[in-house]
Design a protein around this ligand. Structure first.
Ligand code: PGA
Length: 255
């Protein structure tokens, strides 16, 4: 069985009170599932709440093997950086991960590959696992630029990050056109693209890196997608907002 990671990206959703309610249902219902005892052993479950709900998440998951992290970090942990988010604080709250370079950060906040590279270095230095997101837009795919875009995102974003760093890294491939649109990449597209990402990571001396797929993943398509070579799990937006739906997705990903 692959070492699967199932990650929930809540984006700008869920207040602290809503976060606590989600986790109450998630654990009440989750404990009835046969897979529950394997969380953190056979596979990982990771939540990325909004910054304001990190503490509620930390408190909610503290007696479990469920992990969490920040949706974004700045490349410095403290100082005169109004509005930014600190790796040190995520660590203090017992978080394990930092989501870096989500396409919404790239698109709306103009984060470049070289800036994201600084964040990845900073995450590793801060003892957080970077989950680095890559993906092409529809226009890039249709004009045959997918591989060139992914190659640049990987080589520039992962500059001087090698397995020699001795730390863990996760890559999430999310075609921008499949995020929140209900449009899912075909099994062939996922197979072909994940093979390319794997090949590129191997050239960068990072071949052990798990590669997650993201973009309109839900319980109904998880089982098919998880069978594809080099798909080590999912980064899930919409289908992670309801505890029951996310538990079904977890179940189907392990089937
Ligand atoms: P989606 O979002 O599952 O709602 O498409 C995925 C993501 O943005 O990480």
């Amino acid at each position: 069985m692959k070492n699967i990671i199932l990650a929930a990206n809540w984006k700008l959703n869920k207040s602290p009170a809503e976060t606590r309610r989600f986790f109450k249902t998630f654990f009440d219902e989750g404990k009835k599932k046969s897979f529950y005892a394997q969380i953190g052993k056979q596979f990982q479950v990771v939540f990325f709440p909004s910054t304001i709900s990190l503490e509620a998440t930390s408190e909610s998951v503290k007696d479990s093997e469920v992990r969490f992290g920040g949706q974004n970090i700045y490349s410095e942990s403290q100082g005169a950086f109004t509005g930014e988010n600190s790796a040190k604080v995520i660590k203090e709250l017992n978080g394990h991960y930092a989501l870096i370079g989500h396409s919404e950060r790239r698109q709306y906040f103009h984060e470049s590959n070289s800036f994201l590279n600084k964040k990845i270095h900073h995450a590793l230095k801060s003892d957080l696992i970077p989950m680095y997101c890559i993906g092409e837009t529809l226009e890039e795919r249709e004009s045959g630029k997918t591989e060139a875009v992914l190659l640049a995102q990987l080589t520039e974003g992962l500059k001087e990050i090698t397995s020699a760093n001795g730390k863990t890294l996760v890559v999430a491939y999310e075609p921008v056109w499949a995020i929140g649109t209900g449009k899912i990449a075909t099994a062939d597209q996922v197979k072909e693209t994940h093979a390319f990402v794997q090949k590129t990571l191997a050239k960068l001396d990072l071949e052990q890196t798990p590669i997650l797929y993201g973009g309109s993943v839900k319980a109904a398509n998880a089982q098919e997608l998880i069978q594809i070579p080099h798909v080590s799990g999912f980064l899930v937006g919409g289908a992670s907002l309801e505890a029951a739906a996310f538990l079904d997705l977890i179940q189907n990903s392990l089937a």
